[in-house]
Design a protein around this ligand. Sequence first.
Ligand SMILES: NC(=O)c1ccc[n+]([C@@H]2O[C@H](COP(=O)([O-])OP(=O)(O)OC[C@H]3O[C@@H](n4cnc5c(N)ncnc54)[C@H](OP(=O)(O)O)[C@@H]3O)[C@@H](O)[C@H]2O)c1
Length: 252
Amino acid sequence: MSASTQPLAGKVALVTGASSGIGAATAIALAEAGAAVAIGARRRDRLDALAGTLRDGGATVLQLDLDVTAEQACTAAVARTRDELGGLDVLVNNAGVMLLGTILGADTEDWRRMIQTNVMGVMYMTAAAIEGMVEQGSGDIVNMSSVAGRQARKGAGVYNASKWAVNAFSESLRQEVTGRGVRVGLVEPGAVATELTDHITQPDAKAASVQMYTSMRALQAEDIARAVLHLVTQPPHVAINEVLIRPTDQER
Ligand SMILES: NC(=O)c1ccc[n+]([C@@H]2O[C@H](COP(=O)([O-])OP(=O)(O)OC[C@H]3O[C@@H](n4cnc5c(N)ncnc54)[C@H](OP(=O)(O)O)[C@@H]3O)[C@@H](O)[C@H]2O)c1
């Protein structure tokens, strides 16, 4: 890609949950647009493979062992990114789990995992990154929410609650920092063909979810990566706050 098609040349991005799905596709899109990228997740073998792909494409890459449920790991990931890549301009809070299931009969460990990953993970990463962005007077925080952050439905209660929390936190943060040059954006996908449904523990909920995803032309991770790229490549005076993006075939 030539310099004119690399709108993020000289920028540094950090993507959480980069080991698969939307996070991996987003890391690739940001790197192709010229950013140096820090990629964080727990599965090191997946990050190794992605880092190889990115380096083959000429990108500067930093691999981060990152469990976003651990505040210290989040703080260290941001610090390493700034030390080793020279700054932090774009933070994509993408790591998440969708452990669907009814509230009745639920394993509350699923609830803890969702709240700790989807909510506290976003908050810890934001806490680590935000002051530096405010000091530099620019930056993008993109939080990966969901249609589930806008529409509650039976069988998704705690996932809904976790994404609702992401939306509220993002809007509150946006009001706090937009006057200081920092943009906060939300991306809210519908069904995207990734590994997300693999981890559902309630058998009925898993079967229903797989059926729903395979009943339509689901989005691909790259479709969401393009949306993220669109947000972070706007001119400094333009802040796209929210993008709701569903498969054409998805009614609700
Ligand atoms: N697929 C969809 O239909 C859809 C729709 C709406 C929203 N979303 C959201 O999109 C985001 C990405 O999901 P995906 O669809 O790409 O699913 P995915 O392929 O399962 O990716 C999830 C990513 O999150 C990471 N992750 C999970 N727990 C983590 C933790 N404690 N610390 C660090 N990383 C962690 C995983 O990496 P490791 O396991 O290696 O740590 C993986 O890279 C999620 O926030 C999800 O809620 C997805």
